[in-house]
Design a binder for this molecule. Structure first.
Ligand code: ADP
Ligand code: ASP
Ligand code: MG
Length: 408
């Protein structure tokens, strides 16, 4: 008998029929003698619909009220799934985040899980019931509803698996595993049988939304066996593993991640003096805007151009702040560009191979794609390019690094 935590994403519970199909799938696991805790997302599109309504009422709704609002999506699916399980003759009980309870800090819309009480879940499991938990939400120490950031149901599932010391955490979604790159963009993308936590973390942080970054962090930290699978197709999926296989054939690159979520800001012609980076980025940090890549160039006249990227949603706010800074520093101008994309090659194999970056640059040059920014780490090379070249660049790199699946 195994204790399995299963998470079903938005499209997998997107209609009443799919919720019923998920219930049938769960029943097969229960009939095989497993104990099941299920985490569900809101029905697909629901979280966006709720956010859309909020924006119609207020440009900047308070984060606390946003969490009260967006957490309702998951409350619908836990109840419907539990009813579908009852219909099949199974015992099942639904729980919101606060009922479980999943305690978080008070950072609304991006809360971190601090504690999970496993008492009620264990009591239900021992009674033979399926436990159905709302993903993405928790409760802070003051009783406020919190949410864990977009895609946060993955993190709920992994955290529950860690708290219950589950045998496996299974993330069921609309693709049959983790691919070399988003299979919706590159037809020749290949499913990976396994990928290391370290690589998956880098893929997620560079934009692959198949798993939320924090879920991977959590799984790595607590050693939770984690697998990504298709909700309605049989198959082995992708196992996220600790060990780097000793495999001489291992490719240099495991995958390519990309994102359209960033925007680039440039402050032109600022004096090249100590403290300048702090003067520019300090106010951005004070406004709680996260910075990703940074580039600073010193021109012949001793003035410097300072460029960095932020989330696209923060661009307008960041630009306003920079305009004030520019006035104070007597800078030439502020430029903002949200028509950019970031593409990253990821792979632990890179550690033992030189020349990955230069091959990347050569490939992009051959396609006539200009590189605007570059950043590297031990297992990643990422570049910022114009958004219109994104798909071309990802496809070219996918072939150049021999990630394409063999053609049949
Ligand atoms: P869910 O609603 O089940 O959480 P998501 O939309 O969050 O599903 O994540 C699944 C999607 O992630 C896929 O439909 C796919 O388009 C996208 N994706 C991006 N990169 C990858 C990748 N490397 N491998 C698999 N899927 C990826
Ligand atoms: N419903 C939330 C979202 O759309 C959480 C999730 O699906 O993981 O971001
Ligand atoms: Mg998701």
């Amino acid at each position: 008998m195994a204790l399995i935590v299963q998470k079903y994403g938005g499209t997998s519970v997107g209609t009443v029929e799919r919720i019923q199909a998920v219930a049938e799938k769960i029943k097969r696991f229960v009939d095989d003698g497993n104990q099941i805790v299920v985490v569900v997302s809101a029905m697909s599109g629901e979280t966006n619909r709720l956010i859309g309504m909020a924006k119609q009422i207020h440009d900047e709704p308070t984060p606390r009220e946003m969490d009260v609002l967006v957490s309702t999506g998951e409350q619908v699916t836990i109840a419907l799934l539990s009813m579908a399980l009852h219909k099949l003759g199974l015992g099942a009980r639904s729980y919101t985040g606060s009922q479980v309870s999943i305690t978080t800090d008070s950072s609304f819309m991006k809360a971190r899980i601090e504690h999970i009480d496993d008492k009620s879940m264990r009591a239900d499991l021992s009674q033979g019931r399926v436990v159905v938990v709302a993903g993405f939400q928790g409760v802070d120490p003051h009783g406020n509803i919190t949410t864990l950031g977009r895609g946060g149901s993955d993190t709920t599932a992994v955290a529950l698996a860690a708290a219950l010391n589950a045998d496996e955490c299974q993330i069921y979604t609309d693709v049959d595993g983790v691919y070399t790159t988003d299979p919706r963009v590159v037809d020749s993308a290949r499913r990976l049988d396994r990928i290391t936590f370290e690589e998956m973390l880098e893929m997620a942080s560079q934009g692959s939304k198949v798993l939320q970054i924090r879920s991977v962090e959590f799984a790595g930290k607590y050693n939770v066996p984690l697998r990504v699978l298709h909700s309605f197709q049989e198959g082995p999926g992708t196992l996220i593993t600790v060990d780097e296989e000793v495999d001489m054939e291992k490719p240099v690159i495991s995958g390519i991640a990309f994102t359209r979520d960033e925007a680039k800001l440039t402050l032109r012609g600022v004096p090249d003096t100590p403290g300048i980076a702090y003067k520019i980025l300090g106010p951005i940090g004070d406004a709680n805007i996260e910075i990703d890549m940074i580039v600073q160039n010193i021109g012949a006249d001793g003035a410097t151009d300072f460029t960095f990227t932020v989330h696209r949603n923060d661009m307008v706010r960041a630009k306003k702040i920079l305009e004030q800074v520019a006035a104070e520093l007597d800078a030439r101008e502020v430029l903002a560009d949200d028509k950019i994309a970031k593409v990253a090659l990821v792979g632990v194999g890179m550690r033992s191979h030189a020349g990955v970056a230069s091959r990347m640059f050569q490939t992009l040059a051959a396609e006539g794609v200009n590189i605007e920014m570059i950043s590297t780490s031990e297992i990643k090379v990422s570049v910022v390019i114009a958004e219109k070249y994104l798909e071309l660049a990802v496809r070219a790199l996918h072939s150049a690094f021999e990630l394409d699946k063999p053609s049949v």
